[in-house]
Ligand binder design. Structure first.
Ligand SMILES: [Zn+2]
Ligand SMILES: [Zn+2]
Length: 342
């Protein structure tokens, strides 16, 4: 079968002919119908995050059709439409037992530590696979498995309650999902903070109140928009110290800031005014959980999470097309989301 693989960090991905993988007794073989090209894949190609063992097939946002199943697989049979949770885990350790499989010591991210979906077929354990409702296209099913799933996890970690206000810092793939999911979970008002007018327009069409951070400091602007109360939940989806600081500063009494964007840099807070005195909380968010995927699929099936704005283009399973898409992601000049259709 064809697979587009990382052979060496810092070099373009290559199209290889590789043997068709064989499912183990508890695995399924999936015929890939859609694989999202994610910003993380650009980091992997560039060598900014470790990918192992090489060569390895990238692709962690995958939807497809079950081709065959191992002899112990109960929930699926060939022909089922499915999408794949990107973390495979042991299913038996203490973390897995409490549905916190992102901390499983033998967890392996697909497309990073085991072969992923930039291929015609891939093998995954049955427990990583979810039925994809007919109403959801393969392209949307694939993209749901990364940025949308993480947005839902962030809102869960921030314990968003119906009637609360939310500020979303960063209107990319994560932000467009976060705005819709916050509303689906009952947020009274959602503020979208970005510097890109086109993205802010899109956020407004999804029902958010746009806050253009290139025109004025968003912290006083959010205070003004909430009558000096501040927001109950702030999501930082960019990974910049300045927006992390703004997210914390914009909180109301008992507010929760969920940090999702990744940076190695530090940011400053004034502990008394910005956290202690308000009993505010700063919460870390890492990936998402398999247990959240059924809810996510339900929001998408019911039209509460519409991905038409997010998936902008499809490309074939071709190394040149994929490398060009990754180039564009590296310079932030690309489409919102490009999906491979093998
Ligand atoms: Zn991704
Ligand atoms: Zn485990």
């Amino acid at each position: 079968m064809k697979a587009v693989r990382l052979v060496e960090p810092g070099r373009p991905l290559e199209l290889h002919n590789v043997p068709l993988p064989t499912p183990g007794t508890q695995d399924v073989l999936v015929s890939v119908k859609a694989a999202g090209i994610c910003h993380s894949d650009a980091h992997y190609r560039a060598g900014k995050s470790r990918v192992h063992p090489l060569p390895l097939t990238l692709g962690h946002e995958v939807a497809g059709v079950i081709e065959s199943v191992g002899c112990e697989v109960k929930r699926f049979k060939s022909g089922n439409r499915v999408c794949i949770h990107y973390l495979t885990s042991c299913g038996t350790c203490a973390w897995c037992a409490q549905d916190n499989e992102q901390f499983c010591a033998s967890g392996q991210m697909i497309g990073k530590y085991r072969d992923g979906g930039y291929a015609e077929f891939m093998v995954v354990p049955e427990r990583s696979v979810f039925q994809l409702p007919d109403e959801i296209s393969f392209e949307h099913g694939a993209v749901l498995m990364c940025s949308s799933a993480t947005s839902l996890h962030a809102l869960r970690k921030a314990r968003l309650q119906p009637g609360e206000t939310v500020a979303v810092f960063g209107v990319g793939g994560l932000g467009l999902s976060a705005i819709q999911l916050a509303k689906a979970l009952g947020a009274k008002r959602v503020f979208a903070v970005d510097i890109n007018p086109r993205k802010l327009d899109l956020a407004e069409t999804l029902g958010a109140v746009a806050v253009n951070a290139s025109l004025a400091d968003p912290v006083p602007r959010l205070a003004e928009l909430t009558k000096d109360r501040g927001v109950d939940v702030a999501l930082e989806l960019i990974g910049l110290p300045v927006t992390m600081q703004q997210a914390v500063r914009s909180l109301a009494i008992n507010g929760r800031a969920a940090l999702v964007g990744i940076t190695e840099k530090s940011f400053l807070i004034a502990p008394y005014q910005e956290v202690i005195n308000k009993e505010a909380e700063i919460i870390g968010v890492s990936d998402h959980l398999a247990a959240e995927i059924p809810d996510l699929l339900k929001f998408a099936r019911d039209g509460k999470l519409d991905l038409h704005h997010i998936v902008s283009r499809t490309v074939p399973l071709d190394a040149n097309d994929i490398n060009q898409t990754l180039d564009a992601l590296e310079t932030f000049s690309g489409d919102t989301r490009v999906v491979i259709k093998p």
